[in-house]
Design a protein around this ligand. Structure first.
Ligand code: SAM
Length: 138
């Protein structure tokens, strides 16, 4: 994670509060029942994330950017299944902290988390092989 996150916008502040509530055990149990995984903070189900994974056909040499990753969805699933490297980007630290912990467990050293605005990512042309974003344009 970068050391100096940008000042939070109104949208980011609203997500900070939502993620505080989403990190409870009860909320996690409800997500598992409804979506098939504890990680989503949107409407993208385990089945839909699996289809994205199959369509991307990534391998261990590839780098996937998960833009607006929240707590790591759906990039974590794709990286676990495909073996690809993963860069998860979002802004609220209340999402990025659990994302970092969860990805360290599930994906290990192949995963990185970055606090960055998707409109100004510190990436050069061609650095990523694929991009996914679930429920971000909202
Ligand atoms: C509905 S959540 C979905 C999170 C995750 N993809 C999931 O499916 O669980 C939308 C996410 O997009 C992020 N987001 C919105 N605008 C963004 C931007 N300009 N740069 C980075 N992240 C952004 C929000 O902070 C929020 O975490």
């Amino acid at each position: 994670m970068t050391e100096d996150p940008p000042p939070p916008s109104a949208t980011t502040r609203s997500y900070e509060e939502k993620y505080e509530a989403f990190n409870s055990r009860e909320a996690g149990d409800a997500r598992v029942a409804a979506l098939g995984s504890d990680l989503p903070n949107g409407y993208t189900t385990l089945e839909q994330a699996s289809r994205i994974c199959e369509a991307l056909e990534l391998g261990p040499e590839d780098l996937l950017l998960d833009l607006g990753a929240g707590r790591g969805w759906p990039g974590s699933l794709i990286a676990e299944r495909s073996g690809c490297r993963l860069l998860s980007a979002d802004l609220p630290l209340t999402a990025l902290r659990p994302a970092q912990e969860g990805l360290a467990r599930s994906v290990g050293a192949r995963a990185s988390v970055i606090c960055a605005d998707g409109r100004r990512l510190p990436l050069g042309d061609g650095e990523c092989d694929a991009v996914c974003h679930a429920d971000v344009l909202c």
